[in-house]
Design a protein. Sequence first.
Lengths: 111, 136
Amino acid sequence: MSSIEANGKTYETDEEGYLADLNTWDKDVAAVMANIDDCELTDSHWEVINFLREYYEEYQIAPAVRVLTKAIGKKLGKDKGNSKYLYELFPYGPAKQACKYAGLPKPTGCV
Amino acid sequence: MAEETKKFMYINRKAPYGTIYAWEALEVVLIGAAFEQDVSVAFMDDGVYQLAKGQDTSGIGMKNFSPTYAALGDFEITKIYVEKESLEERGLTLDDLQHLVWEDEDEDWAEKDSIRLVSRAELGEVLAGQDVLFNF
């Protein structure tokens, strides 16, 4: 088991850096995870992260990237519901990277 | 769609809890959907209980994964067959099951029903038309 420090708190993660317990998530750990990847979280990032947390809350799974793209397009508009926009925000893969910052497990169907 | 697209059907025959089959099947369905095949899902025998409304697993220490069925539409799985005889034999009707829908992007996200109630004979025909069957 690995761990991440944020604001004096320790968060347990798996070997790929996903939070072991999604209930321990907060905005501080999301920002620290992003810093590790040299990524600074903007409002645009938070839009996607918050969307993912709501999706997981409702369906108990993280969406695959294709599903995420479509759902973001519906909720936030077509200019954001495309892979170009999402990959610019999350170059390591929108579903994988954004789910990590959102404290969710790695998405099902992520290969 | 690519030429190599195949018709995949996942058949669910077991009660949702007590064995891992139902949850594993759901995960396999979602993973399969990522490969953009023509996917459909069938529920028969005790498998129809997987779609039952109002599941509460707090007494058995298992995750209640029933909310995940509502995400199938997002994964573009829009053909969910439920066998009529299996429901009747268990004293169930469609009203006892979750109302599963998918949203048609081409029609301004109009909600459409995913569940198709079919007789045993009709389901047999659907099965015969598949390329690949997965039994859970």
